[in-house]
Design a protein around this ligand. Structure first.
Ligand code: KG4
Ligand code: ZN
Length: 339
């Protein structure tokens, strides 16, 4: 089955074509980051308009490489969660193309896409596993017992990890989205005179809170301004260490509580090398394993949507030919895939 995947939930237009027989993936990714940078964050209306301009062009590019459009057997698009207007662009394109080709169209959960992205390697995690999903919009720990069977163990009560990275990076004068830039700045020092708090680690539970850490960064910046280069790097280092340590403690707890040994880390912040090192060590110390998507599939992309859609379509799942998107959508509401 050849499944076309469309991702347009935020500021990346991701298109991919996945052949379930050969495992081959064709993909194109266009990032709108440059467009939003001058505003210091994603502007929803700009995002929708840019998806309109780029999505069809990227589909054309893939077909030029792959072959005739009639060979597409099904279409998967991101139905939610995400920005309403941006989601509508992908949904309308998917539905329109599906109707004209007379092929099934399936709405995919964006976070399931992230959660299954590690399957796009040769080193596939088996169920059950605990997934740490860390992106610009979400931070959650999920127990995945089967394809489509997910239980949220904990999630953020306020800011997402990526959001905290981006806001702290902004305080340090780094351009949007500052996560990778803050990580690079932290790498410039081996230690820090600052110690940031590890929020919500001194009480039981698996929820997170990152807004206080961002405020702590604000006070640290204010108290040490004007910042010299060493101080900037030390603040970045202390912030990153606190985030990574907090995530490590919660992952450790989630693995203990579920009795599961496999940990999957996905979402944009999963590209963070410091986090990868620390979680790899945690899994090793516990006698388990940690799985990551290839770096290009950590941030938003069409391949993960094509893949997640393909798994459901192969199992016979179909959507009514309705046109809707779900900007707010719990991953626990998904139907389990049997067989
Ligand atoms: O998954 P993603 O592409 O988009 C959402 O669905 O939100 O994640 C983007 C987020 C941004 O906040 C970005 O700053 C962060 O992931 N990010 C990183 C790194 N690479 C991306 N944060 C820390 N370290 C990184 N290396
Ligand atoms: Zn995402």
């Amino acid at each position: 089955m050849k499944v076309l995947g469309l991702e347009s939930s935020c500021d990346e237009t991701g298109i991919a074509l996945f052949d379930t027989d050969s495992g081959q993936m064709w993909q194109r990714l266009y990032s709108q980051i440059e467009k939003h940078r001058e505003f210091g964050g994603v502007v929803p209306e700009l995002a929708s308009r840019d998806h309109v301009v780029k999505a069809a062009l990227l589909i054309r590019e893939i077909l030029d490489e792959f072959g005739p459009v009639e060979e597409i057997d099904a279409i998967a698009y991101t139905r939610g969660p995400g920005l309403m207007g941006a989601l509508m662009v992908g949904a309308s394109l998917a539905r329109g193309l599906g109707w004209s080709l007379q092929v099934p169209v399936l709405g995919v959960h964006h976070m399931e896409g992230h959660l299954l992205a590690p399957m796009l390697t040769d080193d596939i995690p088996e169920f059950p596993f605990v997934a740490l999903l860390v992106s610009g919009g979400h931070t959650m720990l999920v127990e995945a017992t089967a394809l489509g069977s997910y239980r949220i163990l904990g999630e953020t009560l306020d800011d997402a990890v990526g959001e905290a990275f981006d806001k702290t990076a902004k305080l340090l004068g780094l351009p949007y989205p500052g996560g990778p830039e803050l990580a690079a700045l932290a790498d410039q020092t081996a230690d820090s005179r600052f110690t940031f708090p590890r929020p919500m680690t001194n009480r039981p539970g698996l929820d997170f809170s990152f807004s206080g850490l961002k405020t702590y960064a604000l006070y640290t910046v204010q108290q040490n301004s004007p910042l010299d280069e060493t101080t900037r790097a030390e603040i970045a280092f202390a912030f990153q260490r606190a985030v990574v340590e907090t995530l490590r403690i919660k992952c450790d707890r989630a693995l203990t509580e579920t009795g599961i040994s496999r940990l999957v880390v996905a979402g944009g912040v999963g590209a963070n090398m410091c986090l990868r090192q620390v979680l790899s060590k945690l899994a090793k110390d516990r006698g388990g394993r940690v799985y990551y998507p290839p770096p290009e599939y950590c941030t938003d992309n069409g391949a993960m949507i094509a893949y997640a859609g393909a798994m459901r379509l192969l199992a016979g799942q179909r959507d009514e030919a309705v046109f809707d998107v779900l900007p707010r959508w719990s991953i626990e509401a998904l139907p389990e895939v049997s067989g």
